[in-house]
Design a protein around this ligand. Sequence first.
Ligand code: MG
Length: 186
Amino acid sequence: MKIALDVDSVLADVIVTWLDVYRESSGRSLKKADVNTWNFWKTLGLTRKQFEDIFTEAWVRWERIPPTENNLAGTVKRLRRLHTVDIVTGRTLNTVPDVKKWLSWQNIDYEQFVRVPTYTLKSSLEYDIFIDDSPLNIVGAADKNRHSILYDQPWNQDMEPHPVIYRVKSLVEAADIVEKLTPQKP
Ligand SMILES: [Mg+2]
């Protein structure tokens, strides 16, 4: 099977750096737990462009972006022993070189690096398993009968429980689930 593995907030805890950049430009200090809705930028009064510009600046500082958990390299290796793992991201084109540097810095190996246009649903791609923190991507994948694993984050707490969506607290937990999966009927 083929796995679509997300970067932002599944591997890279980029929101931490995003909040640093936001604090510098706005003077407002927020914690990760304050980011409790998917469209939190709207509640901050930001435009979508301002929101993306802060992300771009956060990725320019890729060496300051922490991983979401310990031993990501080992866990991704474990997933790759089971299935093909592609990095699938909705990152803007200008941040891609920095994302790749970060992955290499973290020793995270993958088959292909796939970028979908920002705000395009990843479920339009032919993957069997999606691991993502975006409720939109995960519900989209579940609706297409794909294995859908939601990486738990403060901004996806309000998602309704869904019979075919797994919610995981770590990539290790995702790998435990993937180990038991069999291909879905199309
Ligand atoms: Mg993400």
